[in-house]
Design a protein around this ligand. Structure first.
Ligand code: HEC
Length: 118
């Protein structure tokens, strides 16, 4: 059997901090994945959160998590819990880009990377 692992190596990433691990526990405990996705997988009521930190910023994400919206519940989280969730989202963000970049395939099979469409 052959397992293709090219491009899946994450050993260059720093280990998740304790704060990010706490955030992951809260993410699971509050079932954020019921409405949100990472890499397109999850529930579809809210947006994909894979790159929310690099595209929108920590303050923006923290504000949503602190207050909720008409469609997202307010979970009554403490400032430390909000920071932990932001640290977790930040750690997820460093693992890759979603949606994936566009690749153009030429007539001869050559694949070239186009600009990120976002
Ligand atoms: C019941 C569904 C639901 C749950 C559960 C939920 N969210 Fe949301 N979330 C939403 C919706 C919907 C939005 C988009 C804002 C809106 O339309 O009001 C959103 C927006 C966000 C945003 C801003 C994203 C962006 O790109 O604008 C972040 C960050 C976020 N949620 C984080 C979380 C976290 C962390 C949790 C768990 C603690 C969580 N959400 C739980 C529904 C949910």
């Amino acid at each position: 059997m052959t397992v293709y692992t090219s491009g899946t190596d994450t050993t260059h990433l720093p280990p998740m901090s304790d704060q990010a691990r706490l955030g992951q526990n809260i993410y699971q405990d509050k079932n954020c994945i019921a409405c949100h996705q990472f890499y397109g997988l999850g529930g579809y009521m809210g947006p994909d959160l894979t790159n929310v930190i690099s595209t929108r910023g920590e303050a923006y994400a923290g504000a949503f998590i602190t207050s909720g919206t008409a469609r997202m519940p307010n979970f009554d989280l403490s400032p430390d819990e909000v920071s932990a969730l932001v640290a977790f989202l930040s750690a997820v963000d460093q693992t890759g880009t979603y949606p994936p970049k566009n690749y153009a395939v030429a007539w001869n099979g050559t694949v070239s990377q186009e600009d990120d469409p976002r």
